[in-house]
Design a protein around this ligand. Structure first.
Ligand SMILES: Nc1nc2c(c(=O)[nH]1)N[C@H]1C(S)=C(S)[C@@H](COP(=O)(O)OP(=O)(O)OC[C@H]3O[C@@H](n4cnc5c(=O)[nH]c(N)nc54)[C@H](O)[C@@H]3O)O[C@H]1N2
Ligand SMILES: Nc1nc2c(c(=O)[nH]1)N[C@H]1C(S)=C(S)[C@@H](COP(=O)(O)OP(=O)(O)OC[C@H]3O[C@@H](n4cnc5c(=O)[nH]c(N)nc54)[C@H](O)[C@@H]3O)O[C@H]1N2
Ligand code: SF4
Ligand SMILES: [Mo]
Length: 757
């Protein structure tokens, strides 16, 4: 039984799932039916069975096994999120009158959902300085203009930003062409996402990705799921959690929000249970800490493990270094400091540690609730320390598993689209190009925005994504992008960034094929280090002038670099690109010959089957993880309350709703959190009482750099002192406060003043 816990805001044993609603279930089945029976239904089915990886998340369903299978060949692994993403790509082209008739000012009025619903981009467009319109432009002029924009400025003044939607081949070309130009300015969406995981895990294990593969996960009897809303964002992971509970395993969830789908989840993969039984139970234990305090939670778990004699001493001494420093920190940090920081009781932490110690093999998995903090890298290290201390690494069923975001975000990192290029790959690229690469550190995403704001960026190529919408401090992002001379956006569909992120002189909007339309084979890498092969496809936009990303980048490279030291035009051939990848990207040797073998593979050197890590000594490197200071400012910090106003300062989590993919919104509300529309703020009922504000009242949410008016207060299962709003709208509120180690912004702990009358 759970120890008594007087605080009403956090629960240890989760509430009975019957009372908690649960995620998945009927709405999912209904969603499938609607989507597949709609007018685009037949095309949708055809796409679902196409041999290519899912466009949506990095769990990586699809590929050579056919649209519905995971890498172990298990069927029925495609979720509704995938259907949503495909449905959006199957829209008709944006009607001609939209860009001809509507001014930029009018297009700027569109919401994210409205931008996406305009349809598919199907011909190149340009907006010239001073013009009120995007107008058509021919490809030849596009190529000449982009080549000139990259050729003219000094290399430090050109840059790229990318979002992990494109292929490995496009990613590899992008970095090769920029590095050959002499710049390392390769900002990527992972800078806003899992960079703390890459850096934290590299520090501890010498390798920045998951050390667990799907097969290994299926041998776990414990999973600690931290800061992840997997029911919405990685739905097929839920199948693994359901199975683990069925095997008698333990799922420990750590999240300030009592997410319904983490209590109980109805998966279409288990249809009888999900329809008749109301879903499967997920969390065995649910901890609701203060946002941003996970380092304290894990230090508490470590202390409890130490005190109950559950540290794997032999393993620690044989396979790690720096453990003495960590043990000293655990011993010298008092329980009061830990519990005050995380808001959980000592009993809760001890009880959780006991459950952890009783497991044979535990996987520690996490997402943005861990990384989106000013101490994101430290959070990751605290988790890794716990895994090593308890002996839960480098054996079947045990290890650390960052749950990646975009479907090929991990592939972008592997292909060298990063400001932290690893030494072996640097050497290989230098050999390929026959000269040393620039040693000037590149701009990551935040550094890029800051450099642009200073006026030191002239040319920017955006391979997918929404740089404007994804960044904190929207006003600053708009200003910064406006100081760049030329921006080329390669995209499948319009988004808010194309209308608000306008360059000073030329803004190009260039239509590309998505993964299932690309006329040549491509590859991607899943978050589980599995490389998928996507077969060629075709587009429904028959009269469109779309280009493949590889073709565009190879053309640009050829115009910039000619035929030396490699034949850049030959890079139009993705088979040749894969040959280069096989000989320059660590772990990718198996890429050679994939075109004939069609054999998908696991990147080598990532999954640790035995405790020899990728560090110089082969040992895991442990270090102390300082507790964060989570003090919130007073109302005066935000200008204070006006006479007659009531309100309170809260720690705001900005997250995804159940109906969006990042900056692209598909549905307005979030039924699982009881939020009927997007202009809402989830708040603990006790905070409502204490502040004198009322449920469903419309309030002003005041952040450090901006405010949102008329926001509806929704009482819900969130820890007292915390609040939740949807991204990207909430990005107008916050100043960019970043983790110094990774540059990743603190999107999950934004101080705000909520005020109303
Ligand atoms: N359908 C869909 N799928 C997606 C995406 C999408 O937008 N839609 N986006 C993709 C991308 S790029 C990514 S990165 C992933 C994102 O996947 P997630 O990380 O699951 O996404 P978020 O919505 O940011 O939710 C973060 C969770 O962390 C919790 N949290 C917030 N602060 C804290 C904290 O301080 N500590 C702890 N322990 N928990 C906290 C929140 O309550 C929330 O449940 O999903 C990917 N998959
Ligand atoms: N406040 C707040 N801000 C956040 C977050 C948060 O939780 N809170 N999350 C952060 C995270 S984790 C991430 S990853 C970033 C996401 O940031 P981004 O990756 O920059 O944004 P997306 O919304 O995923 O980009 C969507 C666009 O990509 C384009 N696209 C789609 N498919 C393709 C393709 O195949 N090729 C090309 N070239 N383009 C394509 C479409 O035009 C679409 O509009 O946002 C970050 N920002
Ligand atoms: S879990 Fe992720 S990869 Fe798998 S089908 Fe769903 S969205 Fe696609
Ligand atoms: Mo992400």
């Amino acid at each position: 039984m759970a120890p008594a816990d007087p605080a009403p805001t956090h629960a240890l044993e989760p509430p009975a799932p019957e009372d908690a609603g649960g995620g998945g279930g009927w709405p999912l089945i209904d969603g499938w039916a609607r989507a597949t029976l709609s007018p685009t239904g037949p095309r949708l089915w055809q796409t679902l069975t196409h041999k290519s990886a899912c466009l949506s998340c990095a769990w990586g369903t699809g590929g050579q096994n056919g649209g519905f299978r995971d890498e172990l060949g298990e069927p029925l692994q495609r979720c509704l999120k995938s259907v949503e993403a495909i449905g959006a790509e199957l829209q008709a082209a944006v009607p001609r009158e939209v860009f001809a008739g509507r001014t930029i000012a009018e297009l700027q009025q569109l919401t994210s959902a409205e931008c996406d619903r305009l349809g598919r981009l199907d011909r190149p467009l340009i907006r010239r300085a001073g013009s009120e319109h995007y107008e058509p432009i021919g490809w030849e002029e596009v190529h000449a203009l982009t080549a000139a924009a990259f050729r003219s400025p000094p290399p430090e003044r050109v840059a790229s930003y990318s979002s992990g939607r494109s292929s490995n081949e496009a990613a590899y070309l992008l970095q090769l062409l920029l590095r050959a130009l002499g710049t390392n300015n390769l900002a990527d969406c992972s800078d806003l996402c899992h960079a703390p995981s890459t850096i934290g895990l590299s520090r501890v294990f010498g390798s920045g990705t998951s050390m667990v593969n799907l097969e290994s996960l299926q041998h776990a009897d414990g999973v600690v799921l931290v800061g992840s809303n997997a029911p919405a964002n990685h739905p097929r992971l839920m199948n693994e959690l359901i199975r683990l509970r069925e095997r008698g395993g333990t799922v420990i969830v750590i999240n300030p929000v009592l997410e319904a789908g983490l209590l109980k989840f109805g998966s279409p993969a288990f249809p009888v249970r999900s329809m008749l039984g109301g879903g499967s139970e997920i969390a065995s234990l649910f901890l609701q800490p203060i946002p941003g305090s996970d380092t304290a939670v894990f230090l508490g778990l470590q202390k409890a493990l130490l005190e109950r004699g559950a540290v794997a001493w032999e393993f620690l001494k044989a396979h790690s270094e720096g453990w003495q420093e960590l043990i000293a920190q655990i011993e010298s940090t008092g329980w009061e400091a830990i519990t005050a920081c995380c808001g959980l009781s000592r009993e809760e932490l001890e009880h959780t540690a006991a459950r952890l110690a009783a497991c044979r093999a535990v996987v520690f998995a996490w997402a943005m609730g861990i990384t989106h903090h000013a101490n994101g890298t430290t959070n990751v290290q605290a988790i890794a320390n716990t895994a090593v201390l308890s002996g839960n690494v480098a054996r079947p069923g045990a290890g650390t598993m960052p749950i990646r975001g975009h479907s090929n975000v991990q592939g972008f990192g592997s292909m060298g689209v990063t400001v932290h290029l690893r030494e072996p790959m640097r050497l290989a690229l230098e050999q390929l190009l026959g000269r040393p690469l620039s040693r000037v550190p590149g701009y990551d995403t935040r550094a890029l925005i800051e450099a642009a704001e200073r006026g030191t960026v002239d040319t920017l190529l955006c391979l997918g994504g929404n740089l404007f919408g994804a960044n904190p401090h929207s006003a600053q992002a708009r200003r910064a992008l406006g100081r760049i001379d030329t921006i080329a956006y390669l995209a499948t569909k319009p988004n808010t960034g194309h209308f608000h992120g306008l360059a000073a002189r030329h803004t190009l909007l260039l239509p590309v094929y998505n993964r299932f339309e690309t006329p040549h084979r491509t590859t991607v890498e899943s978050g589980n280090n599995w490389v998928r092969l996507n077969e060629p496809g075709s587009t429904h936009l028959r009269s469109g002038q779309l280009i493949s990303e590889v073709a565009f980048l190879a053309e640009l490279a050829h115009r910039l670099h000619g035929d030396t030291p490699i034949d850049w035009r030959r890079l139009q051939d993705p088979v040749y690109v894969r040959e280069l990848i096989a000989c320059t990207v660590p772990g990718y040797k198996a890429m050679a010959g994939i075109d004939t073998s069609r054999r998908e593979f696991e990147v080598s050197g990532r999954v640790f089957h035995e405790p020899r890590f990728a560090t110089p000594s082969g040992r895991a490197r442990l270090a102390a993880t300082p507790l964060p200071d989570l003090t919130l400012p007073e109302p005066e910090h935000f200008g204070g309350l006006a006479p007659g106003e009531r309100g309170l300062v809260l720690s705001l989590i900005t997250a995804r709703s159940y109906g969006q993919h990042n900056t692209v919104v598909y549905k307005q509300g979030d039924q699982y959190r009881g939020m009927p529309h997007r202009h809402t703020l989830l708040i603990n009922p006790a905070d409502l009482v204490a502040s004198g504000l009322a449920a469903h009242q419309r309030v002003t949410v005041q952040g450090e750099v901006g405010a949102l008016e008329g926001v509806e207060l929704i009482p819900g299962s969130i820890r007292s002192g915390a609040a939740l709003m949807f991204y990207p709208e909430a990005n107008v509120l916050m100043r960019a406060v970043s983790d110094p180690h990774s540059g990743t912004p603190a999107f999950k702990r934004v101080p705000v003043l909520v005020r109303g009358r």
